[in-house]
Design a protein around this ligand. Structure first.
Ligand code: E4P
Length: 217
């Protein structure tokens, strides 16, 4: 499963890349706002850190204007994936862009039927929002199970990109269910390291080592 960083924070993205944990990046208008930077400038810098797909989202709601914005965004770098919302205009834009060979990430997916529509429109990625689903009392991961079954039934090439990831259990379940990609805030990825037995075991090894009085090298 590929790991995308769900952030526009350059330092956080670099840290994941240095640890070999970065296969791509996803941004959205809220993350760009949080970065406090110009969308073109910060997205260009991100594209210089990873060769993997970097999602940049259009903010227009009508097809023609989405296409105009996509044209601006895709000029940033070759690894840009244009993010469009799961609406009629969004899917028309998806179809037109993927026909041209541009990667498209269809976002704000909350049902398996929506994911089916996106696959038929040729989406490169579908982004089901599991955390926001959990928030309203629906088990978000059930959506991933259903989309995996549907995509496998028909051999759709669209990659399932689990989004709105809030905790390491979401990542564990995404991998178990065969999601192609998950995108998470860096702090959630770092939490995957945590295990009390690792901490306890390391402390015991270091204590025993210290009592030997030895040094390596
Ligand atoms: C990523 O592509 C999505 O925009 C993001 O994961 C949404 O996450 P949130 O629900 O935590 O805002």
């Amino acid at each position: 499963m590929k790991f995308f960083a769900d952030t526009a924070d350059i330092d956080d993205i670099k840290e994941l890349a240095d640890a070999g944990l970065l296969d791509g990046v996803t941004t959205n208008p809220s993350l760009i706002k949080k970065s406090g930077r110009d969308i073109i400038e910060v997205t260009k810098e991100i594209c210089g850190i990873t060769d993997g797909p970097v999602s940049a989202e259009v903010v227009a709601t009508e097809h023609a204007e989405m296409m105009r914005e996509a044209e601006v965004l895709r000029k940033i770098a070759d690894n840009i994936a244009i993010k469009v919302p799961l609406t009629k205009d969004g899917l028309k834009t998806c179809k037109a862009l993927t026909g041209d060979g541009t990667m498209v990430n269809v976002t704000l997916c909350f049902s398996a039927n929506q994911a089916l529509l996106a696959a038929k429109a040729g989406a490169s990625f579908i982004s089901p929002f599991v955390g926001r689903h959990d928030d309203v009392g629906y088990p978000g991961m059930e959506l991933i199970t259903d989309i995996r079954i549907i995509y496998d039934n028909y051999d759709f090439a669209t990659e399932i990109l689990v989004a709105s990831v809030r905790n390491p259990i979401h990542i564990h379940d995404s991998a178990k269910l065969g999601a192609d990609v998950m995108t998470a805030p860096p702090e959630v990825i770092w939490k995957m390291f945590n295990h009390p037995l690792t901490d306890k075991g390391l402390a015991a090894f270091l204590k025993d080592w210290e009592s030997t009085g030895q040094k390596i090298g």
